[in-house]
Unconditional design. Structure first.
Length: 399
């Protein structure tokens, strides 16, 4: 094999994370760089004694200076990328995710051994995000390999996230190959259908990571008045109506998302008379409900990421406490709260404590009846615990 021309050499005693096969190498662990690697170029990772430990992608602008592709003596190129993509696709076959939905994540970045690469499949369309210098470097090769491995009508790029900025990359959106996706693509999630806007929707169009939790919610809400906070296009709301909720009220700041939420209810032949959409700020709407004494039998809280950096954690914690406290106040006796946090930096123990504090302040006796997380097609590699970000608690108010 051809060795990379450039290398990063670790400081003495800083091999531990590489030895544990963690895919990130922070700038502080690096003693020096041999050569002048360009953005995304493959470099060798060397111990201070010159021993080659890994190969990774160099990212000059990020604190994560190298994202490791492999800890084995393998050349990074078309054959390597193809084999990693094949493994990721095979893993989805092994968990039979396609038997439950036509839209799911094919590649989950670091956890599938492809740092910075997200590949989601929506029916016949594939959506890619190249979020790191290394993924960007190999963009055309990766897209070509996906075309060979996954039958599709079109591959679309949604490399328009904040994380690209940290890597020093501009955003890029558009067709990579094949057809342009339709304005709204009809997808199938279990027994429900959803319209997805691949080109302009959040993330790659839809929150695939909440799939299992939407199904779980539908099992508990029969006959209940449900409040779906941060509803986006109404995923939880549709599933709640499917589970024969008495009513569903969606709240979101996005008018477009709520319009799609109404269309999604109609698409599933569910009773639109049982649906209300409120365009507004959840924090304000919940306060208004509290002040007017409006109650609910089930509340879903699925806010956007409150903590993007470590510095945000405290403020984020106050935000989570606030909405959970308000939700407990609005819940009637025997009410259910489905509460989520997708901030990876906020650990599950802290999240549970915040929810516990909220229940205490609301004067409610609460049990956790179910713990929830991201769907199975968003796996976490054991050498990359940072891959776990979504956590949820289903809580029952007992008194
Ligand atoms: N539960 C959804 C995903 C929610 S994403 C699903 O399963 O598909 C978070 C949503 O919160 C986004 O649609 C965003 O528009 C909305 N949002 C963000 N801040 C908000 C606020 N303060 N009040 C209401 N909605 C908000």
């Amino acid at each position: 094999m051809k060795n990379p021309a450039c290398a990063v050499v670790l400081k003495q005693g800083r091999e531990a994370s590489v030895a544990r096969r963690h895919p990130w190498l922070f700038s502080g662990a690096i003693q020096r760089v041999n050569g002048s690697p360009c953005m995304g170029e493959t470099v060798s990772v060397m111990a201070s004694d010159g021993n080659v430990l890994a190969f990774g992608a160099y990212s000059p602008h990020s604190q994560i200076r190298v994202r490791i592709w492999t800890f084995e003596m393998k050349e990074i190129g078309p054959a390597f990328l193809r084999s990693r993509l094949e493994c990721a696709i095979e893993a989805r076959n092994n968990i039979r995710v396609a038997s439950r939905t036509d839209s799911y994540r094919l590649v989950n970045a670091e956890s599938d051994g492809l740092p910075g690469l997200i590949v989601d499949k929506y029916g016949a369309f594939v959506v890619c995000q190249f979020l790191s210098a290394g993924a960007e470097y190999w963009r055309n090769e990766i897209a070509a390999q996906i075309n060979g491995l996954v039958w599709n009508r079109g591959i679309y790029e949604r490399s328009d996230t904040d994380s690209r900025t940290k890597e020093g990359l501009d955003s890029r959106v558009g067709v990579i190959s094949g057809e342009e996706p339709p304005e709204f693509l009809e997808t199938l999630e279990g027994e429900c259908r959803f319209l997805v806007d691949i080109r302009r929707g959040h993330k790659t169009g839809y929150y695939l990571d909440q799939r299992e939790n939407r199904l779980a919610v539908s099992r508990y809400v029969w006959g209940r008045e449900v409040l779906n906070c941060f509803s986006y296009t109404g995923g939880f709301g549709v599933w709640a109506l499917k589970g024969e909720a008495k009513t569903v009220t969606n709240i979101d700041t996005s008018k477009e998302a709520l319009e799609l939420a109404s269309r999604n209810v109609a698409l599933n032949h569910l009773d639109t008379a049982r649906l209300a959409n409120i365009e507004g700020d959840v924090f304000k709407v919940l306060r208004a409900y509290r002040d007017t004494g409006r109650g609910f039998d089930a509340i879903i809280l699925d806010p956007p990421k409150f903590a993007g950096t470590r510095a945000d954690i405290e403020k984020a914690a106050r935000g989570y406490k606030d909405i959970n406290l308000l939700a407990f106040k609005l819940l009637r006796q025997d009410g259910l709260l489905f509460t989520f946090s997708c901030s990876g930096l906020l650990k599950p123990e802290l999240f549970q404590k915040i929810v516990a504090d909220a229940a205490l302040d609301a004067g409610k006796n609460v049990q956790i009846i179910k713990r929830m997380g991201q769907a199975e097609d968003h796996p976490t590699a054991l050498n990359f615990p940072e891959g776990t970000y979504l956590k949820g608690l289903a809580c029952l108010v007992c008194g």
